[in-house]
Design a protein around this ligand. Structure first.
Ligand code: 5GP
Ligand code: MN
Length: 351
């Protein structure tokens, strides 16, 4: 369910950041996390494949905190083609990153960020399976809890909210680098404070982060307001093909489209935000062909349809209003399967 801001607006805000989420994580779980972290010399961090701002930002923020405690920190994500998306290269702390090949084979302690399913660990699945302890920090309602300790709160607007709480509990101090990482996670997952997950507590957290002196204008430009020129051509091709049928708007972008303009896959992230503005559509879908020739399916809902459930049924996951999965089928077959799953979760509604 989408959290309802009105349910929480009248609750008094308390300055202690430990109290700002719905308290879905038991105190005993936090205590155990602190103990595991306290005992470890080296800590291996991981976020989901093709990381977004929340995944990478939360991971690097906690990396800074652990480093300041004297821990050895390695961080990674399990992509075959290990590169930080251009959009996120401004994030500090990237010297913590190692390619999956150099990741500890059997970490003593691992912490995962924004990883909702074991699959989303990609090449780091084996390392995770062999790790002694795995703390899973996440806010996806669909998280299957694949670790030895879950810090999962689906009422949190971003994994960055939980990362901030972990920081305070560890006795860490917020500085500018940490704030840039956490703010990137928060602003990404709330859609620039537009989604219904944007509670008073979210703005209070943003205030703490901005108070460190970070440049919100520069972060916004890096994340959303720049692209290589080729993006305009690829976007034009995608929009040209957009189809509207029964409240569903969809389009696709092929590898060939991108190759013609030398555009990397990661540059396609913003297309869904343009497609989903269609007034006549409740659900928006963009199929993006990756470098391996698979379709990465991005889906969005305005609230009536649970695209998270539909994507979960197709092997992916996400949230009620924003979700995705990977398809190895043709465009037509992929859309047929998606429409079928949407139908099963009761959309479009009869009558
Ligand atoms: P996006 O469309 O921006 O890639 O993803 C939207 C949401 O769906 C994000 O919360 C992301 O975590 C989730 N998501 C996207 N692709 C997948 C996938 O292949 N598997 C799972 N479990 N979640 C996904
Ligand atoms: Mn997230």
């Amino acid at each position: 369910m989408t959290p309802d801001v009105r349910d929480r607006a009248d609750r008094p805000f308390r300055a202690d950041p430990r109290t700002v989420t719905g308290g879905a994580i038991p105190e005993a779980a936090w205590d155990r996390a602190l103990r595991l972290i306290g005992q470890a010399d080296e800590i291996a961090l991981a976020c989901h494949v093709t990381p977004d701002g929340d995944a990478l930002g939360s991971m690097l923020a906690v990396g800074f905190v652990l480093r300041s405690m004297g821990k050895r920190v390695v961080a990674s994500f399990g992509d075959h083609h290990f590169v930080v998306p251009r959009l996120l290269r401004f994030l500090p702390g990237q010297d913590m990153l190692v390619p999956p090949q150099d990741y500890p084979a059997a970490p003593e302690l691992m912490i995962t960020f924004d990883v909702s399913t074991f699959e989303r660990l990609g090449l780091l699945r084996e390392n995770t399976a062999r790790a002694r302890e795995v703390i899973v920090i996440d806010h996806h309602p669909s998280n299957e809890g694949f670790g030895t300790l879950s810090l999962i709160d689906s009422t949190a607007a971003a994994t960055a909210v939980l990362a901030e709480q972990l920081m305070y509990r560890l006795g860490g101090r917020l500085d500018r680098d940490i704030a840039v990482c956490l703010y990137t996670g928060l602003v990404t997952d709330t859609g620039s404070f537009r989604h219904s997950s944007t509670t008073p507590a979210v703005h209070q957290m943003a205030a703490r982060l901005v108070a460190t002196g970070l440049r919100t204008d520069e972060i916004a430009r890096e994340l959303w307001d720049r692209s290589p020129f080729g993006y305009l051509q690829v976007l034009a091709a995608a929009l040209e093909r957009a189809a509207l049928e029964d409240g569903l708007v969809w389009t696709y972008v092929t590898r060939v489209d991108r190759a013609a303009h030398g555009l990397p896959y990661a540059e396609l992230e913003g297309i869904i935000d343009i497609v989903r503005r269609t007034d006549e559509a409740e659900v928006a879908v963009v199929l993006k062909e990756d470098d391996q020739g698979d379709w990465q399916v991005s889906t969005r809902s305005k609230g009536k349809a649970d695209v998270g459930a539909a994507c979960a049924a197709l092997g992916g996951g996400g949230h009620h209003n924003a979700a995705g999965y990977t398809s190895h089928e043709t465009v037509e077959a992929t859309m047929d399967a998606f429409r079928r799953e949407l139908g099963k979760v009761g959309w479009p509604r009869a009558g």
